[in-house]
Write a protein that binds this ligand. Structure first.
Ligand code: GLU
Length: 511
């Protein structure tokens, strides 16, 4: 029997969750759903200095918004409680001590001055990246170099210490990644990372491995930036004797700047005016608010679809996938190795597709809310009609009102350029006739009727309607372009239409 798949998203609450983190969460979610497994959320808050209030709630809020909430988390715990590393603090020391016992870790008493001095010495000796490692540790103050009695005395006196992993001098560390295949690293390139800090907190590396083991994680799906740490993690599994249950690794490709040069950053996003956070984030330290996709008008289902395609593809041309369809189609094998450009236009495209797929009634709700914010009112039926006409031209729900305002509010001025080019005696004649014919018309005012009556008005004067059409639009909407004009006329209604035309005839001059 295959064991149950358990995957985890393990963010550190150090600020707003970056969109790359959201993609990691999504891939974990998809994999869990696909395999009938469990998706866990673990808060990695061992670095107390970097803890930012509100960051945890933000992570929860973002996943809830997207509909990819975890099966187990601090808010809905399963059998692996607690789900916050700070609450698991008492568990870690025994594991570090176990490694010391087995000869794979050691106490280090070096002060920060001594560490600095070591780095300076190495830099002076032209060592490119000075490290506490299998060579330098022989000259430092640790339980490998100090006599046993002295180590005991130092520990007994309460002197500050850290516990470091003892990386072997010459060993090939091999690790298998589901996306990259075999990765080989020589241990001489690794340093003796701190596992337990002097404040009694584990570092990320120790806590992460211990927790993945205790929480029975079967697959570690995370960003590529963690690939360099993976050899250390593999060594830890080996030293703990947990090789048999070591999870499989899948390191996701980086998200790149829109031009493909380097990693996507908040700075690029600010420069190009697009969000990199799922929701608005008010930084509690700076007080600054960073823009979120949610508040920017991105729909959660569009976001999911967009994020899924940032590094994964289904292998055919289909692009629109509901969450259920993503679950169905998803596989780790189809995740690419190379970085993916973050193309905000693609995100907008997805948003447009999902917006258009919504019913007029659903879209009307957005429109009504925006209209009411301005102290105006509209009935549902009319709002649905406006939404229907506007949705082909909208990227975000807010565009429906922004671009469709003119249907409720008559223009008070007209586009000068269009007026200069198009307003002439012919359009004046056609519109004057149109008003008369509108007044005589009874019954429902459909787009077809609006058009038929306008055509009659042109024909009656021997004028080709096509020639004056843009000026007709100008008279009614104030501008030279927009959605289907006859649909607009029908929505505006006969009386309002005539009023607007009269105003245009009174205001615009034929040059
Ligand atoms: N706490 C790490 C982070 O913030 C987790 C990395 C991992 O998934 O192992 O991304």
């Amino acid at each position: 029997m295959n064991k149950e798949v358990r995957v985890r998203f393990a963010p550190s609450p150090t600020g707003a969750l970056h969109i790359g983190g959201v993609r990691t969460a999504l891939y974990n979610y998809l994999y869990a759903r696909k395999t009938g497994g469990k998706f866990l959320l673990r808060i990695e808050d061992t670095d107390q200095n970097r803890f930012v209030p509100g960051a945890e709630e933000y992570i929860k809020g973002a996943l809830d918004w997207l509909g990819i909430s975890p099966d187990e988390s601090p808010w809905n715990p399963g059998n692996s409680s607690p789900y916050r590393q700070s609450e698991r603090k008492p568990m870690y020391m025994q594991y570090a001590l176990d490694l010391i016992e087995k000869g794979h870790a050691y106490y280090a008493f070096d002060t920060s001055e001594e560490l600095d001095a070591m780095r300076e010495r190495l830099t002076a000796a032209r060592v490119v990246s000075p490290q506490y490692n299998s060579i330098t540790r022989t000259q430092m103050k640790n339980s490998l170099t100090l006599p046993e009695d002295e180590v005991k005395a130092r520990l007994a006196s309460g002197e500050a210490y850290v516990i470091r992993i003892k990386i072997p001098r010459k060993e090939e560390v091999r690790l298998h990644d589901l996306i990259r295949g075999w990765v080989m690293v020589h241990s001489s390139t690794l340093d003796d990372k701190v596992l337990m800090k002097s404040d009694g907190m584990p570092t990320y590396h120790l806590a992460n491995i211990v927790d993945d083991h205790l929480m029975k994680i079967t697959h570690v799906i995370r960003g590529e930036e963690w690939l360099p740490s993976a050899p250390l993690h593999v060594l830890l599994y080996k030293y703990f004797g947990w090789e048999d249950t070591m999870p499989e690794f899948a390191h996701l490709p980086l998200l790149l700047k829109p031009d493909g040069n380097g990693k996507l950053s908040k700075r690029d996003a600010d420069k190009h005016g697009f969000p990199v956070f799922p929701m608005d984030w008010k930084d509690p330290n700076s007080g600054e608010t960073a823009m979120g996709f949610r508040e920017g008008g991105y729909l959660p289902e569009a976001m999911l679809n967009f994020l899924a395609f940032l590094g994964w593809n289904p292998g055919d041309h289909k692009e629109i996938f509901s969450l259920e369809e993503l679950v169905e189609a998803f596989s780790i094998e189809r995740i690419g190795k190379s970085g993916t450009k973050f193309d905000i236009n693609k995100a907008k495209w997805f948003n447009e597709q999902y917006l258009r797929a919504k019913s007029d009634e659903e879209l009307a709700a957005y429109l009504i809310a925006d209209i009411e914010k301005e102290g105006l009112s509209i009935d549902k039926e009319k709002a649905a009609k406006i939404a229907h006409v506007m949705k082909e031209r909208a990227t975000f729900p807010a565009d429906l009102w922004k671009e469709g305002k003119f249907m409720l509010i008559a223009p008070s001025k007209f586009d000068d350029e269009i007026a200069g080019k198009r307003w002439n005696a012919e359009v004046v004649t056609v519109l004057a006739t149109y008003i008369e014919k509108l007044a005589a018309h009874t019954g429902e005012f459909t787009p077809e009727i609006a058009k038929a009556v306008l055509e009659e008005s042109a024909e009656a004067n021997g004028i080709k309607l096509g020639k004056v059409m843009q000026a007709v639009r100008l008279a009614v909407t104030g501008v030279g372009a927009g959605p289907d004009l006859m649909a607009v006329f029908s929505i505006i209604g006969k009386e309002e239409l005539s009023k607007r035309i009269k105003f245009a005839l009174d205001t615009l001059q034929v040059l």
